[in-house]
Write a protein that binds this ligand. Structure first.
Ligand SMILES: Nc1ncnc2c1ncn2[C@@H]1O[C@H](COP(=O)(O)OP(=O)(O)OP(=O)(O)O)[C@@H](O)[C@H]1O
Length: 278
């Protein structure tokens, strides 16, 4: 009898390859063992971040936002579950310099000029002086710091320092940018300005961004998706898809009904996931 060939297997090339998430987290848990007993920082976290997404983690203090970012960056090891970054382990992704990491504080070396701070990872990579100079110029221009190459960090404002640290993260030319509350310590006007610039930069470079914040307006303004987390143990309570247009958004979008609707859903998620007994 003739063998029946399923239609799908006759024309495999007609099927588009499934898109692989840049970050793929499944059933991930992390328990810290401390002198006071175990701390369940993350429990059963599932998350897929697609290429070009701008994803924010928002939630109360201690809900595991930084821990999740650090697991993605291979700075913490999960106790259960799996995680892939660009289809490989976080360690392999780190070694391949798949991501840039921006910390809460700018963490610039005070004895190095802005250009030499941006150059630091490039020196470690062993790039030629010419390639270093090209990358320094390109990335300082991206964060609007062209002309500040020879200044020292203490000669710049807090917002400018944080922009320099973003340039340093971008200089390794990663497709993925991990940002842990980069603007948390800045005043609101500066933060607004940097939010606007970050969105422009994201639209220009088409990077994937994972961003940790405490601020609902910041999360809603920046993100294509907002991951609402709840504490004890840290879990994902809700994932809100933004209906705002992708790409640069004017700051006054924050006054539109669409924006307020998304902010309302995030706030409700935070409220529902928050225990006031804590
Ligand atoms: N190295 C560690 N050892 C023990 N416990 C830790 C460690 N790092 C984090 N934790 C605990 O894990 C939980 C999650 O911490 P994490 O810093 O990820 O929260 P967060 O949501 O980023 O908080 P915040 O908004 O205050 O930065 C907290 O209870 C914290 O005390």
């Amino acid at each position: 009898m003739a063998k029946v060939i399923p239609i799908d297997s006759r024309a495999p090339s007609a099927q588009p390859a499934p898109r692989r998430p840049v970050i793929d987290v499944r059933g991930l848990s992390l328990t810290f063992q401390t002198a006071d007993g175990p701390v369940h920082a993350l429990k059963d976290v599932d998350l897929a971040v697609e290429k070009g997404d701008f994803v924010s983690f928002i939630g109360p203090s201690g809900c595991g936002k930084t821990t999740l970012l650090r697991v993605i960056a291979d700075l913490e090891q999960p106790t259960a579950g799996t995680i892939a970054v660009n289809g490989v382990s976080p360690e392999q992704a780190r070694l391949a310099r798949a991501y840039g990491y921006v910390f809460q504080a700018a963490a610039l070396y005070p004895w190095r000029t802005i250009a030499r701070n941006v150059a630091l990872p490039l020196e470690i990579m062993g790039l030629s002086k010419a390639e270093q100079d090209a990358r320094i110029a390109r990335n300082l221009a991206l964060v609007n710091l062209a002309g500040f190459e020879k200044k020292f960090p203490w000669q710049l404002s807090g917002g400018m320092q944080q922009r320099a640290s973003i340039a340093r993260a971008l200089a390794v030319e990663p497709d993925l940018l991990l940002m842990d509350e980069p603007f948390g310590a800045l005043d609101e006007i500066v933060r607004d300005h940097l939010n606007e610039q970050l969105l422009q930069l994201w639209a220009k470079t088409e990077k994937t961004v994972v961003f940790v914040t405490h601020s609902i307006p910041e999360a809603v303004y920046l993100s294509t998706r907002i991951v609402v987390m709840s504490p004890r143990p840290g879990r994902i309570h809700d994932v809100v898809e933004s209906t705002l247009p992708r790409g640069p958004r004017p700051l006054d979008i924050r006054e539109t009904p669409e924006f307020l609707k998304i902010a309302h859903r995030v706030r409700e998620g935070l409220r529902a996931g928050h225990s006031y007994d804590d």
